[in-house]
Design a binder for this molecule. Structure first.
Ligand code: CP
Length: 308
């Protein structure tokens, strides 16, 4: 069963194959209206359940559009409207859904929910984000980096801010794609040791540097994300803003990176908090390419899961 649960749990050659496939599918669609089907229809006759227990714009729409382009059908489901949100077990939900659909994508809170869904489903399961990781986003981000700057292997990525679920998947990717990762942020918001350890075990040079200017020096890509994630309490907002303000990505900070460094943000952004609009809309920014590449990267992930 080809579940796509996390980048470090997926074979590196398979990941590389997905990125290459995503690029060729993107190129094949160049200039075509968004609503037209792909020339190839590998998902014809396939039904996909897209379950959201948290809000989403990009993940919801890019999976839905991508699956339709490949000839498949989708059901976009809110966890709260399913019996899942009213006490039915994840195991029973997984077994029932497996009788109806060919693939399940779930965005949920606890990683355990995703893992149980995968354990009990008879069909592949894709991680559309948990509190701990966001692998689909980073597949799109690796694709985006390589589109602009060539192979990511051996490059320096710098994460500025909260060591959150997106940062965790960047660390997983550092191990699997062979690039180096520097984290700069306050000590209380460091990424989990487990994620750092996994990347180092795979040979990635992972550095924790509290001085943001030093951290960004020589960076090939500088990455920011929201300072308050969906699972963080709103009561922590003021404290987090105070802690994270020194790590804002602004033009001054970007000036320490390589002249051709990219700026990335998975969106949604709180403009002028974690990154200034001048950076987000400036010459280094590829944030909307990242958003577009969610579509192409996830199409490749779905095909890999289904073996089509
Ligand atoms: N980046 C991302 O996952 O966006 P959404 O929350 O809008 O899906």
């Amino acid at each position: 069963m080809n579940h796509f649960l996390d980048i470090h749990k997926t074979d590196a050659a398979a990941l590389r194959g997905m990125i290459d496939n995503a690029r060729s599918m993107k190129n094949a669609r160049a200039g075509r209206p968004k609503g037209t089907p792909d020339a190839e229809q590998p998902l014809a006759g396939r039904m996909v359940a897209l379950i959201f227990e948290k809000p989403s714009t990009r993940t919801r729409i890019s999976f839905d559009v991508g699956i339709r382009q490949m000839g498949g059908q989708t059901m976009v489901l809110s966890g709260a409207d399913m019996q899942l949100g009213h006490g039915e077990t994840i195991a029973d939900t997984a077994r029932v859904l497996s009788r109806y659909v060919d693939l399940i994508m779930i965005r949920t809170f606890e990683e355990q929910t995703l893992l149980e869904m995968a354990e009990y489903a008879d069909v592949p399961v894709i991680n559309g984000l948990t509190n701990r990781t966001h692998p689909c986003q980073i597949m799109a981000d690796v694709m985006t980096f390589e589109e602009h700057r060539g192979p990511i292997a051996g490059r320096k990525a710098v994460w500025c801010g909260d060591g959150n679920n997106v940062c965790a998947s960047w660390l997983h990717a550092a191990g699997q794609f062979g690039f180096d990762m520097t984290f700069t942020g306050p000590p209380t918001l460091d990424p989990e040791e487990e994620f750092i350890g996994l990347a180092r075990k795979k040979g990635a040079n992972v550095v924790i540097e509290r001085d943001p200017a030093k951290a960004v020096t020589g960076a090939d890509v500088v990455i920011a994300d929201t300072w308050v994630s969906m699972h963080d309490s709103q009561s922590s907002k003021e404290r987090r803003h105070n802690q994270l303000r020194p790590y804002q990505v602004n033009e001054q900070l970007m000036s320490h990176a390589k002249p051709d460094a990219l700026f990335m943000h998975c969106l949604p952004a709180h403009r002028d908090d974690e990154a200034t609009s001048a950076v987000m809309d400036g010459p280094h920014s590829v944030i909307f390419d990242e958003a577009e590449n969610r579509l192409h990267a996830q199409k490749a992930i779905v095909r890999w899961c289904l073996g089509v």
